[in-house]
Write a protein that binds this ligand. Structure first.
Ligand code: PLP
Length: 400
């Protein structure tokens, strides 16, 4: 008899984490890999945030804290939601977790069980379906084609809702497509949701501050305040403040949901790192001007990468409006032959070919629920992106 519970057989390792492991292994073996798989800014955590962490350590703030976050950080989160999103939460309506990932995990584990459906627009961040499966629920994918900007359409949402729907998961700027919703697009989705009061909304706003072309960010509870009583707004410091390793994320939502999430967290990780929390207070309340400076750098990289992709034989790319990923279509390359005579039958085949042929690591669209595409992160330095683009062009030219 197997030691393993059924629930672990329902899920796969995170493809992006596994790609990271594979790339590090190949580099350790001496392969000259250009890895455009990273889901994290290549910038350093700003010095004022590092100093806040040092001060916290020197002051002995190295002990357990309240499970759902220190009062200072929960206050800072409340302030952030009010300042940037016009959302008002009480202290018992916010929770801090070990990354936004834990906040999403806790929310779904507390609310989803066998017989529950969770609507996930595709392409999607890799962890949503697996967390739903782990919780025993059923992910219901709604295809959001490139022709519709990779965005959920109200009529498709309406069609996907059943009496068993527990949640709709929204994520914009989107990982991997970079799509963001205009206010009126969120309004139209909100109108559907208002007709279905049993459906809750988990909005993952992790890339809120990585947004281009002067576009404005909107989150659904702000656009339709009547939805706030059934919305969990998830965010974190990983992407905006280059703090991926500090593992601090947070959520705002109705107090009964937050209380259950804190209870779940009390039996798993307890509080997120005390020093990380002190650093996050400084991130949320300290100077914010570097965010726009870094965004401008990401935007220049996006423009470079998209131009390169469009010039690459067999590839095409839309213009991402946020996050730091390109998600080009490789439809034209499907069916072509490699110099070794193998057929590229899928985006996964293309990704393996790029790794074998030119030592370029990217991620297959299949992992994000959309094919034939692949995800290429431009949260890497310009020299790396230039070299990546050169290798990509070379590999594409070699396909027959
Ligand atoms: N949500 C999305 C869409 C992401 O891309 C990520 C990380 O890649 C996360 C959530 C998790 O972020 P963290 O756990 O670092 O806060």
């Amino acid at each position: 008899m197997s030691i393993f519970a059924q629930r672990v057989h329902r899920i796969q390792p995170s493809p992006s984490s596994m790609a990271g492991v594979r790339t590090r292994k190949l580099i350790a073996e001496g392969r000259d890999i250009v890895a455009l798989t990273n889901g994290e800014p290549d910038f350093a955590t700003p010095p004022n945030i590092l100093e806040a962490a040092s001060r916290a350590m020197a002051a002995g703030r190295t002990k357990y804290t309240d499970v759902g976050g220190t009062p200072e950080l929960r206050e800072a989160v409340r302030h952030k939601f009010s300042r940037e999103n016009g959302l008002s939460y009480r202290q018992d309506e916010v929770v801090v977790g070990t990354g936004g990932k834990q906040v999403v995990f806790n929310a779904l584990m507390c609310t989803v069980e066998a017989g529950c459906e969770v609507i996930i627009p595709a392409p999607y961040w890799v962890s949503y379906p697996d967390i739903v499966l782990l919780a025993g629920g059923k992910p219901v994918f709604v295809d959001c084609p490139e022709a519709r900007g990779f965005k959920l359409q109200p009529e498709d949402l309406e069609r996907a809702i059943t009496p068993s729907t527990r949640w709709l998961i929204l994520n914009a700027p989107n990982n991997p497509s970079g799509a963001i919703y205009r206010r009126e697009e969120l309004r139209a989705l909100a109108d559907v949701l208002l007709r279905h009061p049993h459906v809750w909304v988990l909005t993952d706003d992790m890339y809120e501050h990585v947004i281009y072309d002067g576009l404005a960010f909107h989150t659904i509870a702000q656009v339709e305040p009547a939805l706030q009583e059934r919305t969990l707004t998830v965010n974190g410091v990983s992407k905006a403040y280059a703090m991926t390793g500090w593992r601090i994320g947070y959520g705002g939502g109705p107090a009964p949901l937050i209380a259950q999430m804190v209870k779940m967290q009390s039996h798993s990780t307890s509080n997120p790192s005390s020093v990380g929390q002190a650093a996050a207070v400084e991130a949320l309340l300290g100077p914010q001007d570097f965010i726009a400076e870094r965004c401008a750098i990401f935007q220049a990289r996006r423009d470079f990468v998209v131009a390169q992709l469009r010039a690459c034989p067999g590839l095409d790319s839309h213009l991402p409006e946020g996050a730091f990923y390109a998600f080009p279509s490789c439809a034209e390359l499907i069916g072509r032959k490699t110099p070794q005579g193998r057929t590229i039958a899928s985006d996964s085949d293309l990704v393996m070919y790029l790794l074998d042929e030119v030592n370029l690591a990217v991620l297959q669209g299949a992992a994000y629920g959309s094919s034939p595409y692949f995800r290429l992160s431009y949260a890497s330095s310009m020299p790396e992106l230039e070299e990546g683009a050169r290798r990509l062009r070379l590999a594409c030219e070699r396909l027959q």
